[in-house]
Design a protein. Structure first.
Length: 239
């Protein structure tokens, strides 16, 4: 009786990578039939168990789906949906979360150039209204010595969400939405800009976009979001 050589953990991963590359190189359409686990095993000279593990990996990524009577078919998953599903696994430590904040920083700074170029007059006026609304709420909070943080945060998110919509790239706005929703669940606190600082930064950004001044807008967006790159200690660890 022949004995199969022991499988290494990398076999299934290597096969999954190869299949993924094949899908891309052959530009296989959504719904294209790839075969079955058995045909994949025979084609790549691996055991059916290895083929099954590779398929499981690709199904988890949303790239393959089993169809009765057809076998395995190719799917083109939404990258934003994949990120939303994977975020809990990608953020297992403070360092992981910090990397995600840096991703948000890159998205925001990169999108502002497109926003300056593509924003229409109606969007710019909506942005100005949000800027004025934030100032109104922040100043009212300062007057009574108590800020409505939830409302200020809601307006702040709407302000930046509109800037990302101005970019004209839908995936940018959806990706930002996923990241923001995730951060609201993470037990990590970030340094926040003081409300009075946020007020003038908002007004500056609106003016720069209205003037179609990419350099001014990019510079202010960097300053506005630099606080994201400085995390505070997790709850319960402050000295």
């Amino acid at each position: 009786m022949s004995v199969n050589p022991p499988r290494t953990p990398s076999q299934a991963a290597a096969l999954a990578d190869h299949i993924q590359q094949r899908i891309g190189l052959e530009a296989m359409a959504d719904g294209a039939v790839l075969g079955t686990e058995a045909t994949l095993a025979a084609e790549h000279h691996v055991s059916q168990t290895v083929a099954r593990e590779a398929v499981i990996r690709l199904k988890a990524l949303g790239m393959l789906e089993s169809r009765q009577g057809k076998g395995l078919v190719v799917r083109h998953p939404c990258p934003v949906g994949l990120l939303a599903t994977a975020l809990p696994l990608l953020a297992q430590s403070v360092d992981d979360v910090q990397e995600l904040t840096e991703l948000r920083y890159v998205i925001e700074v990169g999108a502002i150039e497109l926003a300056v170029q593509n924003a229409d007059d109606e969007q710019i006026e909506q942005l100005a209204e949000l800027s004025n609304r934030f100032e109104e709420v922040a100043l009212a909070g300062a007057a009574i010595g108590h800020h409505d943080n939830d409302l200020e945060n809601e307006i702040e998110l709407a302000f930046h969400g509109l800037i990302l919509q101005m970019s004209g790239v839908g995936i940018i706005a959806r990706l930002q939405s996923v990241l923001v929703e995730f951060w609201q669940l993470v037990d990590i606190r970030f340094e926040e800009n003081p409300p009075d600082e946020t007020i003038w930064q908002h007004h500056f950004l609106v003016a720069a976009i209205r003037d179609r001044d990419i350099d001014r807008a990019r510079s202010m967006m960097r300053a506005h979001f630099c606080h994201l790159l400085r995390t505070r200690p997790p709850h319960g660890t402050e000295e």
